[in-house]
Design a protein around this ligand. Sequence first.
Ligand code: S3P
Length: 180
Amino acid sequence: MERDRVFLVGFMGSGKSTVGPLLAQRLGWPFLDLDSVIEASFGGPIHRIFAEHGEPCFRRMESDAVRNLERWNHCVAALGGGAFIEPRNRLHIKRSGLSVFLNLSPELVLERCPPDGTRPLLKDPASVQELYASRLPLYRLSDFEVDASLPPDRIVSTILEMTGLRPSPSRTASPPDHGH
Ligand code: S3P
């Protein structure tokens, strides 16, 4: 099993983008937020990709971004809430690193991030419950699961304990230069 990359998996609002940088800092590895990578390559926010090009287009961009993560020798990556759901992405993620599911109940998700339009799939409570329930068995295919209602620093120490990961300062922390 590849142990050079950690992928944070979980529902919208489960804290992946908060925990990710803290974990990356502890490991001395770069942090990547998949949604930010997609937004940078599109040149605008995700809700605009959904509105102007539709969800299937977003999912294609997401799959490309997942594949490109391989260019990093080491990284902690926060995945968007749907990235691990697509079987091809999941296979890729499982092959190239450790996946950690941050599990937060839909009730707490709604408390933390009331629907404001920035997340197109975060709508009324009933649809959040339904989406969470349909995704839960797939999220649980991750290598590890953590209670995401814990404080972020506890989540980080739990992940380090569970995975046994330690900083590896001698290894390169940036993508290889394929240009020369
Ligand atoms: C999505 C989650 C979002 C973003 C997009 C779709 C999903 O990311 O990728 O709005 O399908 O659950 P976060 O989980 O970072 O909010």
